[in-house]
Design a protein around this ligand. Structure first.
Ligand code: ADP
Ligand code: MG
Length: 320
């Protein structure tokens, strides 16, 4: 378990983390989202001991990171490894040697290294690339090599700092799929830092939104989406939705059950009311499809529409 309590961090007197509180359970995929400069990378670097912090606490399985000396921090980094946007691979070494590099530094036995490299190459799907140099690989393949190397010391936690930001959408989806497989198969806790909301939707169970060194909202990804968090909408630039000034606008949430997906035809039939659809969308959240419709009703109908939706256990928000 990772417990971050009132964490503060300054650079040259300028506070960039301003009292962060997050708890991450073992085996979770946890997202940290926020604009550039909000403090995401700094927070990750505090988590693997690359940065110290001015006050507050980070405990990993009960151990306070600030209490560790250099040698202990080095050992910590076996358990907490990291992948980046620009896969920092060793250009002169083969994929094989890149993956084996951390084990070589820790003076592992050659035979063990060899077995482990082959095992990791299998997991990330690059068995046919082991003898190539990184420069001959695509971005997605390079990231697979980085992931294999990051897994080489059997970490318990994997930190991902914008690992898909330099990749095209299809490759991004493949890498995210790989991260989910690793999380499931190896039980590794993954913290995903990104500015891309689709990355959060695709892989994360929980998310915190960082704004200027503060966490402005945190929770389960679908809950935050369902509750229509004001902060998240601001981050996503969803504030400028088209609204009709006549009547009442309702946002009706479309969940996994059939009831909500058929609600439009049911309202029209059962209540005999007219309405206009102002907008709508459905997105994939891990294995679920969730969405919402923005609908404008006449004022005279709104009471019975709300009552009808509530009776049918449909989640809705009034945008009056
Ligand atoms: P993000 O990853 O969300 O883009 P960062 O954590 O990289 O944000 O940066 C947060 C703030 O901290 C920024 O204002 C950045 O300029 C500052 N910062 C980050 N690293 C350093 C450093 N080593 N020295 C001074 N300021 C830094
Ligand atoms: Mg960053």
């Amino acid at each position: 378990m990772i417990e971050i309590n009132n964490l503060k961090k300054s650079f040259d007197g300028l506070e960039v983390l301003k009292g962060i509180n997050i708890t991450i359970e073992d085996g979770e995929i946890y997202g940290l989202v926020g604009k550039s400069g909000s403090g995401k990378s700094t927070l990750l670097r505090c988590l693997n001991g690359l940065e110290s912090y001015s006050s507050g606490s980070i405990k990993i399985n009960g151990i306070e990171l600030n209490s560790l000396d250099k040698k202990e921090l080095k050992i910590l980094r076996k358990d907490v490894s990291m992948i980046f946007q620009h896969f920092p691979l060793l250009g002169r070494k083969t994929v094989y040697d890149n993956i084996g590099f951390p084990m070589k530094c820790w003076k592992y036995d050659k035979k063990i290294i060899d077995n482990r490299i082959k095992e990791l190459a299998e997991i990330v799907g690059i068995t046919d690339k082991l003898n190539q140099k990184p420069t001959t690989l695509s971005g997605g393949q390079k990231q697979r090599v980085s992931i294999a190397r990051a897994l080489s010391m059997n970490p318990k936690i994997l930190l991902s700092d914008e690992a898909t930001s330099a990749l095209d959408p299809t490759t991004t989806a493949d890498i995210l799929q790989l991260l989910r497989e690793i999380n499931k198969k190896l039980g590794i806790t993954i913290i995903v830092v990104t500015h891309q909301m689709e990355v959060i939707r695709e892989v994360c169970q929980k998310v915190s939104l960082l704004e200027n060194g503060h966490i402005v909202t945190s929770g389960k990804v679908d809950d935050i989406f369902l509750n229509g968090s004001k902060e998240l909408n601001r981050f996503l630039g969803n504030e400028e939705i088209f609204r009709s000034s006549n009547g009442v606008n309702l946002r009706i949430m479309l969940l996994e059950n059939d009831d909500s997906k058929q609600i439009i035809s049911k309202i029209a039939r059962d209540l005999d009311v007219d309405f206009s659809i102002l907008g709508g969308k459905v997105d994939k959240y891990r294995d679920k499809h969730l969405g919402s419709l923005l609908i404008n009703f006449h004022k005279k109908d709104i009471y019975k529409v709300k009552e009808y939706l509530t009776n049918k256990h449909i989640v809705w928000h009034s945008l009056e």
